[in-house]
Structures are given as structure tokens and as C-alpha cells.
Ligand binder design. Structure first.
Ligand code: F6P
Length: 366
């Protein structure tokens, strides 16, 4: 009997179920005697031995369902980084569950933090396979993550909806798109939605440059503007600070009542209104970007990734994350993936092409 453990970890996304179905379908095709153990709520299930023995029917009809049938949580990555006594207990608990259930391997569907934990378990001697999940597309070692294209579609739809109201009211609209450390989602949805200005963490902005881009549009007779801004967008000035210094600066400003904006889009919006009198509105689609059914692209990608994971199990190829490289399904060692972020290269051709289309990144000289 082949026993395979599976869990979904970190923030959810649209194509988790489709990916699990891919793994399961391929395993059931390959083996007569396979048992899939589904751990509940991510690594928590592995720590506290909360699991279900999955049946083939559990994976039926879930290709198009968002969320995750296993549940997810962000535990215990943050705690494990500290490596205090308590955390070591958790690592031991995970190893204990794995051994007690006599698992052949553990399949982890997760993003950055989750793959880091997967690598830690690999170092502890467990057979682990990662599957690249995140709407942020910021996982190192893969060109594409599942969930990303579905989120691009949703964020694009949000920009499309804002376009019509922005045009009717002659307003500047800021649409804040998810992505703290990387601007993939904002860049793609911004271009797909025809944004005039795109602000991403990888290209620090200058507020004067943004205002100059808005004025240029006004002069050209355009009476509304769309700004797609990533959650993690940062000004040139703030980009010079360390994370700690930036946190301190924001806390101080909030204490003095100078700045207490809920997010970067509100902060930039207020600066625009104060300096050039344009009417600004802010929209934050938020977790909508992770919800609903996966798009067709993700359904295909997830099915392929899942099947590839099953093939790796049959070959006992452990310690890798299944990946996409030049449109082919491939694999990257977990130790290479762990702890690294894949960000947008400011010199990539897509940035140049966007600039040729007249899109401002808020960094042009004024
Ligand atoms: O990692 C995916 C992501 O959706 C990010 O884009 C976003 O910043 C974050 O998760 C939100 O996390 P939470 O669900 O914990 O609010």
C-alpha cells in the first residue's frame, strides 16, 4: 500500500482543488493500492494529526471549485523560523505524524513560506514534493504558479469596472492589487486593464513623476486616469530605508496624526489630491482576487502539475518542487526554492514594452 500525505498551506487561491485532483487522478490511474491522506488546515493538520483518509469521490467535481477541500492556514512557518523549543516540538510532531502514518511522501501545495517549511522537512529526512501555489507568482524556480492567472483575470475585471465609472466622473482611480513583495499581478492586470500608471515594488516611484504623468494626460484631453498600484509599492525615498526603519517611520507618522492611511493606495491618492486638486477614489478588490473558480489556464496548469507530481512519486523523485520552465513541466530542488522571491526585473522587455505603450511606472524623470 502506497500512502501519500497531502496538504494545502498558506493563503488560498483558485486552483488548489484542481491541483489536488490532478495528483489524485494520476495516482489512482497508476496504482491499485494507493491511499491519500489529506491533512486539515495545512501544516496544522500534520502537527496535530488531524487528517482524513481521502476517497476517490472526494476529488470528483472539484476541478472548477475555488478554495481548498482540505482547508489551509499560515501556521507554522513564522514560528518555525524562530526555532525555539516550542517550534522544535512542532517539527518533531510533524515527523512523528509522518512516520506513524507510514507515509511514502508528503505533497505540499503552497507558496514561499510553505515551500520553505517543506524544505525544512526534507532536511529532516522526509520525502517531500512541493507544488507551486500563489496568486503572486513570486515563487523562485518556476515561471508560473497556479492561481496567478485566475487572479489576473479578477483584478483585470476590477479595473474594467472602474474604467467606466472613472470615465463618467472624470476622476483618478487607484486600484490596489495584491502583491507585497512582487508586482507580477499588478503589472499583468494593469496592462490587461489598460492602466495609465502602474506602480510595483520593484520600481520605486516618485510622487512628482506620478503627478507629472497625470498632468500630461490632462493636457492631452484625457479627463480620467487609472492607476494600478501593488500593495507593496514603495516610494524612492522609502526604498532607501531598511524594513525596520520604514516601519518606525510609518508608526511615528501615524502617532503624530500625519499619516494613518489603511494602505499605500490611499496614501498616494491623498498626495495626488493635495498637490494637484484632482478628484481621487481608491478601490481595493482585496481577497476577491483569491476567490471563485479557477480560470481555464489554471485548470490546465494545475492538472499538468498534479499529474507530474504523481509521476515523480512513482519514480521516487523527492525533494523537488514541480515547476514550469519555458512552458514545459519541470522540477526545481526545494533547497533552491526556499527563502527566495521571484520578482519582476525592472529591465525586462515587458516593462520596456509597457513604457512604449505610454504606461508610466512613476519613475520617469520630471
Ligand atoms: O500570498 C498571497 C497573498 O494573497 C498576498 O498577495 C497578500 O498580500 C496576502 O496573501 C494576504 O494575506 P492574508 O490572506 O493573510 O490576508
Amino acid at each position: 500500500m502506497l500512502r501519500v500525505g497531502m496538504l494545502t498551506s498558506g493563503g488560498d487561491c483558485q486552483s488548489l482543488n484542481a491541483t489536488m485532483r490532478g495528483v489524485a487522478k494520476a495516482l489512482y490511474q497508476m496504482y491499485d493500492d494507493v491511499e491519500i491522506i489529506g491533512f486539515e488546515d495545512g501544516y496544522k493538520g500534520l502537527i496535530y494529526m488531524n487528517y482524513r483518509i481521502m476517497q476517490p469521490e472526494d476529488f470528483s467535481g472539484i476541478l472548477t471549485e475555488g478554495g481548498t477541500i482540505l482547508g489551509t492556514s499560515r501556521q507554522p512557518f513564522k514560528l518555525m523560523r524562530v526555532h525555539d523549543e516550542n517550534d522544535l516540538d512542532k517539527v518533531e510532531a510533524m515527523k512523528h505524524t509522518y512516520r506513524k502514518l507510514r507515509l511514502e511522501c508528503l505533497v505540499v501545495l503552497g507558496g514561499n513560506g510553505s515551500q520553505k517549511t517543506a524544505n525544512l522537512l526534507r532536511e529532516e529526512g522526509l520525502n517531500v514534493i512541493g507544488l507551486p501555489k500563489t496568486i503572486d507568482n513570486d515563487l523562485w524556480g518556476t515561471d508560473m504558479t497556479f492561481g496567478f492567472q485566475s487572479a489576473v483575470d479578477i483584478a483585470t475585471n476590477a479595473i474594467d469596472c472602474i474604467h467606466t465609472t472613472a470615465a463618467s466622473h472624470s476622476r483618478v482611480f487607484m486600484i490596489e492589487i495584491m502583491g507585497h513583495g512582487a508586482g507580477w499581478l499588478t503589472l499583468n492586470a494593469g496592462m490587461a486593464g489598460g492602466a495609465d500608471i502602474i506602480l510595483i515594488p520593484e520600481i520605486p516611484y516618485d510622487i512628482n513623476s506620478i503627478i507629472s504623468a497625470l498632468k500630461k494626460r490632462e493636457k492631452a484631453g484625457k479627463d480620467f486616469s487609472i492607476i494600478a498600484v501593488a500593495e507593496g509599492a514603495i516610494s524612492k525615498e522609502d526604498a532607501k530605508l531598511t524594513k525596520k526603519e520604514l516601519k518606525k517611520k510609518k508608526e511615528k507618522a501615524a502617532k503624530e496624526g500625519k499619516m494613518s492611511y489603511p494602505s499605500i493606495a490611499y496614501e498616494i491618492g491623498a498626495q495626488i489630491e493635495a498637490s494637484c486638486g484632482l478628484e481621487v477614489r481608491v478601490t481595493v478588490p482585496g481577497h476577491m482576487q483569491r476567490g471563485g473558480a479557477p480560470c481555464a489556464y489554471d485548470r490546465v496548469l494545475s492538472s499538468r502539475l498534479g499529474a507530474a507530481a504523481a509521476k515523480m512519486i512513482s519514480r521516487k523523485e523527492y525533494g523537488y518542487m514541480v515547476a514550469v520552465k519555458s512552458r514545459e513541466i519541470s522540477k526545481t530542488p526545494l533547497e533552491e526554492v526556499a527563502g527566495k522571491l521571484k520578482t519582476v526585473d525592472p529591465n525586462a522587455s515587458i516593462i520596456e514594452e509597457a513604457r512604449l505603450l505610454g504606461i508610466s511606472f512613476g519613475d520617469e524623470p520630471v
